[in-house]
Design a protein around this ligand. Structure first.
Ligand code: DOR
Length: 438
C-alpha cells in the first residue's frame, strides 16, 4: 500500500512525501514509494505513531473504571498506536504470573500495541532484574509516594536495592512519602479539593526527585521521572541528563490551579497535582521549549464520577487522558506553543527510545507502519460522549481544539478512521531491545 499526498513529520523535518507499506512495515518514503493499492491522504499530516507511555487501564481489579478493551479503544480513537500500562492494578503487576495474566487478557481485546510495567514492591526486589527482561515488559515502575493502589517503595535503602536489581530505565513516581504523610494534617473537615496542590506540595515532588536522582547516579541506573509538575524540579533534571529523562502530562500543561479545581472539582485531582500558572509557564518554557522534558504521557487514570463526587480527600486522584492527549497537544501546536517536530519527539520518538521499544516511534524505512494521521485544520469540540472509557468523562469536556486525529494505522492496517474503530482488536505486545537479546 502507498499513502500519497500527505505531509510527513520525520527526524529530518516536515515534508511532502509518499509512504509505502509492506507487511506492516514502512518499506519506502518519497521517491522509493511505489506499490499496489494507494490511499490518498492529501491535506493530512502523518506523525509517527503516537505512544502513550503512561496509562492505567485498571484490569484486573477495577474494570468498571477502565479495562484493556475500552482503554485501548480510547487510545486508538485518540490517534495513539501503542500504550505502556502501569502496574497499580488489583492485584498489582509484581510477578511474572501477573504480567502474563495481563498479556492473556489483552489478546484479541487490545486495539493498539501494548506493553506492561512491572511494579517494584518490597517483596519482589530480588526478582526485578529477571522480571524486567520478560518479553513485552516496559521496565520497572517505582512509586516513591502513595497514590492509587498499594505499590510503594518509600525509603532510600529499599530504593537503592531496587535500582541495583536490573539495568533498564526505571519509571519513577516522585513524591516524598514522609512529607505527604506530614502534610495530611492540613486537611481539615470540609476541606475543598483546591487544597490538593498544597497538601501534595511542590516540595514533596522536589524532595523525591532530588533523592531519586542521587540514588540513580550512585547506582549508575537510568531513571525516567514521570509527570513533572513543578518549576523547582526542572533545574535538577536539566543537570541530570546523564542519568535521567523526564515526562510531563497534557494536564499539567493545560489545566491551571486554582481555576481548574473551581471549575472541575475533584475531576481535576491527580497526583502529582495540577499546579498554578507559574509552574505551568516553567514547564512550557524550560520543560518543553528548553528541552528538559523528554516525553509526554497522558497518565490516563480513570475513576468514576461517583467516586469523584466523594468529599476530598476520599475522592480518588486521576483522570482519563489517553484519548485527548493528541487533540489537546495539537491545539497547543496550533497556538504556537510547540512545533509539530517537537510533539513527534515527545510523544512518539522518545517514549520508544527511553524504554528501548523496537521499530516504533519514527517514520523511517524498517520501522513498524504505525501512523497517526491528523488534520491540522479540523476544529472539533471534545465531549464526554466521545470518551470510550467506562468512566465516561474527560476534564476537557467542552474544549474546542484545532487539530484532530483522522486515521490511526497500526502495523499497516487502518484501525481508526473518522472517529470510528475498524475491524477487530489486533493489538500486539510491543517488542523491546532486551527481548532481542542485546
Ligand atoms: O493521579 C494519579 N492517578 N496519579 C497516580 O500516580 C496514579 C493514578 C491512578 O492510578 O489513579
Amino acid at each position: 500500500m502507498v499513502l500519497t499526498g500527505g505531509t510527513i513529520v520525520t527526524r529530518d523535518g516536515i515534508h511532502r512525501a509518499d509512504i509505502a507499506i509492506r507487511d506492516g512495515t514502512i518499506a519506502g518514503i518519497g521517491q522509493e514509494a511505489r506499490g499496489g493499492q494507494t490511499l490518498d491522504i492529501t491535506g493530512l499530516t502523518v506523525l509517527p505513531g503516537v505512544i502513550d507511555s503512561q496509562v492505567h487501564f485498571r484490569e484486573p481489579g477495577h474494570e468498571q473504571k477502565e479495562n484493556l478493551e475500552a482503554g485501548t479503544r480510547a487510545a486508538l480513537l485518540g490517534g495513539v498506536c501503542s500504550v505502556f500500562e502501569m502496574p497499580n492494578t488489583s492485584p498489582p503487576t509484581t510477578t511474572a504470573e501477573a504480567l502474563d495474566d495481563k498479556f492473556r487478557r489483552a489478546r484479541g481485546r487490545a486495539w493498539v500495541d501494548h506493553a506492561f510495567f512491572i511494579g517494584a514492591s518490597p517483596d519482589n526486589i530480588e526478582d526485578l532484574a529477571e522480571l524486567e527482561r520478560l518479553p513485552g515488559c516496559t521496565g520497572v515502575k517505582i512509586f516513591m509516594g502513595s497514590s492509587t493502589g498499594t505499590l510503594l517503595v518509600p525509603d532510600d535503602k529499599s530504593l537503592a536495592r531496587v535500582l541495583a536489581s536490573g539495568t533498564r530505565r526505571c519509571a519513577i513516581h516522585a513524591e516524598d512519602e514522609d512529607r505527604l504523610n506530614e502534610r495530611k494534617a492540613l486537611i481539615k473537615d470540609g476541606a475543598s479539593v483546591e487544597i490538593h496542590p498544597e497538601v501534595r506540595d511542590p516540595l514533596s515532588a522536589l524532595i523525591a526527585t532530588r533523592r531519586i536522582l542521587e540514588l540513580a547516579r550512585a547506582a549508575g541506573r537510568p531513571v525516567h521521572v514521570l509527570h513533572i509538575s513543578t518549576a523547582d524540579e526542572l533545574p535538577l533534571l536539566a543537570a541530570a541528563k546523564d542519568i535521567a529523562t523526564a515526562e510531563t502530562t497534557p494536564n499539567h500543561l493545560t489545566l491551571t490551579a486554582p481555576q481548574c479545581y473551581r471549575e472541575l472539582g475533584a475531576r481535576a485531582q491527580m497526583n502529582p497535582p495540577v499546579r498554578d500558572q507559574a509552574h505551568q509557564d516553567a514547564l512550557w518554557e524550560q520543560g518543553i521549549r528548553g528541552g528538559v522534558i523528554d516525553v509526554l504521557g497522558s497518565d490516563h487514570a480513570p475513576h468514576t464520577l461517583e467516586e469523584k463526587a466523594l468529599p476530598y480527600p476520599q475522592s480518588p486522584s486521576g483522570m482519563p487522558g489517553t484519548q485527548t492527549l493528541l487533540p489537546v497537544m495539537l491545539d497547543h501546536v496550533h497556538r504556537g506553543r510547540l512545533t509539530l517536530e517537537r510533539l513527534a519527539e515527545l510523544a512518539s520518538w522518545m517514549p520508544a527510545r527511553i524504554y528501548g521499544a523496537s521499530r516504533k516511534g519514527a517514520l523511517a524505512v524498517g520501522y513498524d507502519a504505525d501512523l497517526t494521521i491528523v488534520d491540522l485544520n479540523a476544529t472539533r469540540t471534545i465531549r464526554n460522549d466521545w470518551i470510550a472509557s467506562p468512566a465516561g468523562w474527560t476534564p476537557f469536556d467542552g474544549k474546542t481544539v484545532r487539530g484532530w486525529p483522522i486515521m490511526t494505522m497500526i502495523r499497516g492496517r487502518v484501525a481508526m478512521r473518522e472517529d470510528e474503530v475498524l475491524g477487530s482488536p489486533m493489538g500486539q505486545p510491543v517488542t523491546f531491545e532486551t527481548d532481542e537479546g542485546d
